[in-house]
Design a protein around this ligand. Structure first.
Ligand SMILES: *[C@@H]1O[C@H](CO)[C@@H](O)[C@H](O)[C@H]1NC(C)=O
Ligand SMILES: *[C@@H]1O[C@H](CO)[C@@H](O)[C@H](O)[C@H]1NC(C)=O
Ligand SMILES: *[C@@H]1O[C@H](CO)[C@@H](O)[C@H](O)[C@H]1NC(C)=O
Length: 318
């Protein structure tokens, strides 16, 4: 390229950037502001087949209940057969019989593919996939063993990949579907005693951002992606935490989280930060200087303590 052409190219680029920032961006800010006052139409859940991993417990169980109440066909996956059965029976007792349970280890790709085949044969194509299964050992990085690290990545990251490989092709082919993945507040900001977990939740965020971008390029795409970033949820995963101001940081209940996830899904929200007030902290972290962020984390502690020195009966099973 001659230097003249280079100058023209650069000028064009700079002008386009100025146009984008001063015309297009303000326009979309204005549009999203107006949209706050426009009543949105939720998607209907009737006739949808929703598959939830980790359905035996906590958020997964509450999601199964919520979708059953709303009239979806619910498929419960969990590696713990007993807990999974309990969820199915609990929903049956409430009068919801369109609920199916499968014992599946999401870390085992063959197991996932086999179970997916059975689900497609017996129930139908999964149109809403909710990757909820996850574990959260919490102690200092140097105390994590190799097996522990592999297990965290296997469940919290690879588990999502295998279920996506199992169900996303039909969603794409039918141009109809929704994937919801549970990341965590630790997928947005770092935390003590959670290094491998933190890494696994960052991975989920990367996976979902990428999928969203890729699918956005298909004409008339109707496959949607929602990533959920909850703060502390009372699911028993976290054995010990410390808050400087406990009244400021309410631990979330699984039922509330399930309710919000459902809402985000039917309104096609891309990201869901819970509680919503935390998104202020998350966003300011990106622009505050390091020392300002350090002051905030040191003075407003919401720390996860190591689970290693707890009495044995309180240890994490996983
Ligand atoms: C599931 O999706 C596939 C791919 O589009 C389609 O061929 C098949 O008929 C669908 N199955 C059902 C039960 O709708
Ligand atoms: C978590 O990851 C983020 C981003 O890479 C990093 O800033 C933070 O220090 C990490 N924290 C821990 C405890 O790993
Ligand atoms: C996308 O939607 C438009 C308008 O509804 C339609 O004309 C077009 O054929 C669609 N394209 C594809 C690839 O489905």
């Amino acid at each position: 390229m001659s230097s003249f052409e280079e100058i023209i190219q650069t000028l064009k680029g700079v002008l386009h950037l100025i146009f984008a920032h001063f015309i297009i961006v303000p326009y979309y800010f204005f549009e999203s502001f107006i949209n706050l006052f426009v009543k949105k139409v939720p998607k209907s859940i009737r006739g949808e087949v929703v598959l939830i991993t980790g359905a035996g417990h906590g958020i997964g169980k509450m999601l199964a209940k919520k979708y059953a109440i709303e009239g979806a066909t619910v498929v419960c996956w969990d590696v713990n057969e007993e807990f999974n059965k309990a969820t199915v029976e609990y929903l049956n007792k409430l009068g919801y019989n369109n609920v199916h349970g499968y014992k599946v280890d999401v870390t085992n790709r063959e197991n996932v593919m086999e179970a997916a085949k059975n689900v497609k044969r017996n129930v139908g194509n999964v149109t809403i996939l909710i990757n909820n299964a996850g574990i959260m050992p919490h102690h200092s990085f140097l105390d994590h063993t190799e097996q522990e690290i592999r297990k965290i990545i296997d469940i919290n990251v690879f588990g999502h990949f295998w279920t996506l490989q199992a169900f996303l092709p039909e969603m794409r082919r039918n141009n109809h579907g929704h994937v919801v993945c549970l990341s965590s507040m630790a997928g947005l900001v770092g935390a003590n005693n959670l290094v491998p977990y933190n890494a696994s939740k960052f991975a989920v965020r990367g996976l979902m951002e990428g999928l969203h971008e890729e699918f956005r390029q298909y004409p008339n795409n109707s496959v949607y992606f929602t990533t959920v970033y909850p703060f502390f949820v009372d699911t028993g995963l976290c054995k010990a935490a410390y808050f400087t101001y406990p009244a400021l940081f309410k631990v979330l209940q699984p039922e509330y989280v399930a309710e919000k996830i459902y809402e985000a899904q039917i309104y096609n929200c891309r990201n869901l930060v819970l509680p919503p007030s935390m998104s202020v902290i998350v966003n300011s972290k990106m622009i505050f200087p390091d020392k300002a962020n350090n002051y905030i984390t040191e003075n407003f502690k919401c720390e996860i303590l190591s689970d290693l020195n707890l009495p044995n009966d309180k240890r994490l099973e996983n």
